[in-house]
Each structure stands twice: as C-alpha cells, then as structure tokens.
Write a protein that binds this ligand. Structure first.
Ligand SMILES: [Zn+2]
Length: 342
C-alpha cells in the first residue's frame, strides 16, 4: 500500500482505505457507493476523499490533503465550488405537497450538478448522503450522468440499504462496504468531540460500533429508542404484544430512508440482545455482555433450547438482510417479531 501524503484522518472504512490508497488516479471511477450501518464513518470518509481530490498541493497519492491551500480553505469553509453535498436523509425529487427538507435536491438540480465540470479544480465531487430516489426523474438524472460523465466528476453515494437502490443505478457504481467500528475508535471520536472520558467509555461500550448510536445513547431524547427496542425484543420473545410505535412507521412526515434507519437500529439492538441472551443461557451470569445495562431485562426472559437460540440468531441476520433491500420497514419488523416469538 502506498503511503498517504498529507492528512487523511478517518475511522473505519478499512476496505475503502485499502482501495483508494492503492488506486492509480487515472482509474478513479465516476461513482462510488459506500454501504454499511448508520454511524460508521461513511460520510466522513467521503468528505475526506473530496478534500483530498480538491486539495491543490501536489501529491503523489490520491488520499491526503494539506489543510492550508486555497482548495482546502474553501473546502473547510463549505464554499468550495466543486464540492456539492446533500447530506442527511433527503429525498431527491420529493413526493409533492410535503414540507421540503432544507437540503432537498430536486431532480432538476441533480441534472445540473452532474453536468458541470470542476470550476477551479480538475475534480468535482458530488456527495449524496442517504438519499432516496423518490422520482423516476431523479433516477434517470443519475443514469444519464453515467452515460456520458464529465471528466473528473465523482459521485459518492452513502447508504445503509444498498439493496433499496435500483439495480440499474447500483450496477454503475463501485460499492465499498463499511463495517461496525472497533469500540476504541468510537471512544476516540467521542473524546475528540469533547465528551467526558466516563461518558465516552460508557457509550462506546454499548454502541455496537456506531458513532451515531453512541451519540444517541448520550442524547437523552434518543435513549428512548434504545430502551424501547430492548423492551420490544423482550415482549417479542415472550410472544406478547410488542409496542413498535417508537419506530414511527405510520408517521408520514418521516421519509422511507428515515424509517429504514430506525428499523435498522432496532435490528442491530435486537441482534445484540439475542447474542447476550444466548451468551447468558450458555455461559451463565458473569459472561461479558454487549449491553450489560440490560441484565435485569435479560433475567426476565424465558429459557429456550440451544437449537432454537441458534435459529433465532440466524433469523435476526435474515431480518438485517431483508432490511437492506427495498422491502417495506413495516414488513421487516413483522418478520422479525414472528421469528422471535416462542
Ligand atoms: Zn490542500
């Protein structure tokens, strides 16, 4: 692997790092999909690549930026003319009538953004963070771009549900998978953002490799989703009615991508709870747990035979795969609930 000249400060994304660090710049593709769970550094990685490409200090590597040249200065100020970013869960095309997100990008905007060459740089980077292509026009705009991409233009699309993208769109991109982060990386990011050591250690311990989840744990409002998810799991495995209202599946103000993210969150927490439940029933009290604070809840779960436990873990994996496709969030939740039932 070539070294990196200049700064390239990311956590996670080992596969993407290996790919770009050895890539000959002439082989840079016009489209990349960074896929993986929420909060594992996909968008940060994309922004670092963008800054690397727009940095004006000559370098022998694709990754790395100086941080001081005019290109870097404009990038950091958020005013670089060759970087377009639609971050957050937005709809491209919109569904008409509903309030538009601040960062909503229309299909027409997208066509224009994708047709331009770099103004001051030989590169132009368009970051589409967790977008959902709400209209055919938006999907077509992207497909047209790939028919005749302007030189130097790179589109990076991040998603936690790559299977929900149209196959015709997905096949045009090079997809790089991002996995959960090591606990120490989550802790390091939290500490760097000013979280106190005690809270950073606590949140990173139970965040299951996601910085977004760690922040949610530290955020009083979002602690509700975590507790509600564990309670949902406990009721489901007891075969009792499980309240899923916290997923807001009927809330029309939430986009499909937002609902998928919440369901993805439920599945990850259920996966952790299922592993803990198996660990406790095999190893007994005292085994290390992914969510040690949920011990009182685990203690109230009915015993189940080991074979059924293994099947249950497999079913959670199936639900996770299902959730990464365009199957509706509600169906995924129903599937999971049925699989967990005694
Ligand atoms: Zn620079």
């Amino acid at each position: 692997m070539k070294g990196i000249e200049g700064t390239f400060d990311v956590v996670g994304g080992q596969a993407a790092l290996a790919y770009f660090a050895t890539l000959d710049p002439s082989r840079l593709s016009h489209g990349y999909i960074f896929s993986g769970p929420v909060g594992v550094g996909k968008k940060t990685f994309a922004r670092r690549i963008a800054q690397s490409l727009l940095c004006e200090t000559p370098k022998g590597t694709l990754l790395g930026y100086c941080g001081t040249c005019p290109g870097c200065t404009l990038f950091v100020a958020g005013t670089h003319p060759d970087f377009v970013s639609s971050e957050g869960r937005i709809k491209i095309g919109g569904d008409g009538g509903s309030a538009l997100h601040d960062e909503d990008l229309s299909a027409r905007d997208l066509v224009r953004e994708l047709s331009l060459h770099g103004y001051r740089s030989r590169y132009r980077v368009v970051l589409l963070g967790d977008v959902s292509f709400a209209t055919h026009e938006a999907a077509n705009a992207l497909l047209k771009f790939f028919e005749e991409p302007p030189s130097g233009v790179v589109v990076i699309l991040t998603t936690n549900a790559p299977g929900s993208l149209l196959a015709t769109i997905r096949s045009r991109f090079i997809e790089l998978a991002f996995g959960p982060l090591p606990r120490a990386d989550v802790e390091r990011v939290l500490l760097a953002s000013g979280i106190t050591p005690g809270r950073a250690a606590f949140a990173s311990e139970i965040a299951l490799g996601s910085i977004a989840r760690a922040r949610a744990i530290l955020d009083e409002d979002d602690l509700g989703v975590r507790d509600a998810s564990y309670a949902w799991f406990a009721n489901a495995v007891r075969g009792e009615p499980a309240d899923a209202s916290f997923l807001r599946l009927d809330d029309r103000s939430l986009s499909g991508a937002e609902k998928r993210a919440l369901v993805g969150e439920l599945i990850e927490l259920v996966r952790a709870a299922a592993r803990d439940w198996v660990a406790l029933s095999v190893g007994g009290a005292g085994v290390p747990l992914l969510a040690a604070d949920q011990q009182p809840l685990y203690a109230k779960l009915p015993p189940r035979d080991p074979k059924a436990m293994v099947a249950l873990l497999a079913a959670v994996g199936d639900a996770a795969r299902l959730a990464s496709t365009n199957v509706s969030a509600g169906l995924v939740v129903d599937y999971l609930r049925v699989q967990l039932a005694p």
